[in-house]
Design a protein around this ligand. Sequence first.
Ligand code: GUN
Length: 287
Amino acid sequence: MPATLIDGKAVAARMTAEIADEAAAFQHATGIVPHLVAVLVGDDPASAVYVRNKQKACERAGLKSTLHRLPAETTEVDLLRTVERLNADSGVHGILVQLPLPKHIREQVILDAVVAQKDVDCFHPHNVGLLVQGRPRFLPCTPAGCQRLLAEYKIETAGAHAVVLGRSEIVGKPMAMLLIQRGAVADATVTMCHSRTRELASMVRQADILIAAIGKPRFVTADMVKPGAVVIDVGINREGDRLVGDVDFEPVSQIASAITPVPGGVGPMTIATLLRNTLTAAQLSAG
Ligand code: GUN
């Protein structure tokens, strides 16, 4: 395999150790232990695993984490009440409502209800606005994780053509926003592609840096990748009991210069950024 394997697990472990040191210093100075509350509604097994991984990561970084598990029949009003209680609790610094929510609950209503100062997912319109303006309060977890991988592997982004495949609120849109900002690990020329893009394969083939976040297993095939491109695979798709990304890993790794694996690439970086945001939220709350 000629491509360099981008080891997100190792980078996330280093980030977690950095955050642990900072959290310990913060606790020493203020007596405050940053506290993340995760809200999990229903019993989607994948969501339960993700939330457990986030809690374990909090433990490793010396952050407090609490899980609020609510039944699948929870009403929108009851979930709103839970969020409002957490908003008002000065002992809670970060609130994460795990998605997806059951169909009868409007996600937008719930996400908008999380007070912006505790919105460690960076979903609140106020936080998205700050991000667009290049003065973020919190970092969008998955996109910032991808950006940190580019930094760690010293991938030149300035003037590079980055293609973001997928236009979700959670990954595609904020990813493009980070890469077009002025500054380090940014200054890229960004093209956003999605399911309605014409000549999709030829657009993707122009990427120096490809961020694949389209949510379709092995969607990006070797013929869609420019030789020497850097490929960041955000996809987590289940194929039987195996996880695969949005990139057809084996053939693409013969063509790319660097590539993230699934699992062990972007996933751990999302969680590490969530820890960073939780520490930031606690620091902001302490003034
Ligand atoms: N479900 C899948 N990814 C995420 C995420 O980053 N945040 C939340 N809240 N839910 C998710």
